[in-house]
Design a protein around this ligand. Sequence first.
Ligand SMILES: NC(=O)c1ccc[n+]([C@@H]2O[C@H](COP(=O)([O-])OP(=O)(O)OC[C@H]3O[C@@H](n4cnc5c(N)ncnc54)[C@H](OP(=O)(O)O)[C@@H]3O)[C@@H](O)[C@H]2O)c1
Length: 353
Amino acid sequence: MLRMAVPRNYTLSNGIQMPSVGLGTYRVRDQATLDTCVLEALRAGYRLIDTATVYRNEAAIGNSLKRIFEQNLVPGLTRQDIFLTSKLAVTDSLRNLQVDYIDLYLIHWPGTARLKLPDPQNAINRMESWRALEDLYHAKKLRAIGVSNYTLAHLAQLVERPHNSHATHHPSIQGSTTAAAAAAPLARTMVIPHVHQFEMHPRLFQKQLVDYCQHHRIQVQAYSSLGESRLVSLTPPPPPAMDSNYNTAPLPGALDIMPGLIRKYFAHVTSTASQLSEEEEKEEYPRRAAQILLRWGLQHGAIVIPKSTHPERIRNNFDLFSFAIDAQDMAALDAYSVEGERTRYCWDSTKVC
Ligand SMILES: NC(=O)c1ccc[n+]([C@@H]2O[C@H](COP(=O)([O-])OP(=O)(O)OC[C@H]3O[C@@H](n4cnc5c(N)ncnc54)[C@H](OP(=O)(O)O)[C@@H]3O)[C@@H](O)[C@H]2O)c1
């Protein structure tokens, strides 16, 4: 489903509102840096913050938010205005973030640490984790639950599990005394994920997965929209230290269509020359390429969560609502996703059983 108009918030299948743009926080741990980033983001209009237990920054984010609320640094802002996403393990996250509930909780990865990727126990553990999340959702500790890095096969296992005709997106019908509910006690605990967060950018569109999610009213959330910066830099940084889950093939860089798109959609701010000037390549290219990549995700109905530690970039990455990419350029961007080519910047979960 291609959108030209993009909402500021999506309504999840259980009726909860989720902002369409959020702040990513992977690899940002330092308290002072987070204080600046979180405050800058909230002042720019962000209301969603994405974290995870393994990012080891939940406590620092909790501290930043507490300070902002207590000192009224963003006038009138309260906990209820913020949408917090985290990923396993729940009790740690509630304590670290210093909150009573979390808006969205995700199973971070379809596999289990210390198990080999093809081990069938991964699938069993995954389902147990999901049931634990369902219980916390029903206990109202989590306002929505979802998954991350699931392939189509992992997701289908969850969505199409037996008795799922009774699965519900709607907490309001739990405990219903209708004949159908009485005949199907399992219906009380089964929930279809509200959100799926996975790597998505023009080099890794994952259209089938996007279509499947949209068909099942699972909100898509894109991560690494900027290819961990490699899609917005003509001189990409060296690859980060990788673990075994990373695909170690060489990382693809900037999209050759991008200078043309920047000239087309930002003609009022950039040079009309056929080549970007040296200064534009350094300053304008990353800034505008980021906006185009994020807008591409939004127009495919995805929520985006760009990460930056620079206030100017944080503001820039929220400036996504004043232009629209036309259908022809959307198709040209989609066409960068070529099956069999090296297209991932982050984790590869395709071998997890
Ligand atoms: N579920 C998962 O497994 C998973 C995996 C990966 C990521 N995520 C989430 O998604 C978020 C975003 O993904 P990501 O962090 O992998 O990568 P990303 O958002 O694609 O890229 C972030 C990188 O781009 C740079 N950048 C940001 N805005 C820029 C701009 N306007 N111009 C130039 N450079 C810019 C940042 O540098 P500076 O910070 O120096 O500005 C940073 O190095 C994460 O932070 C995390 O919250 C989830």
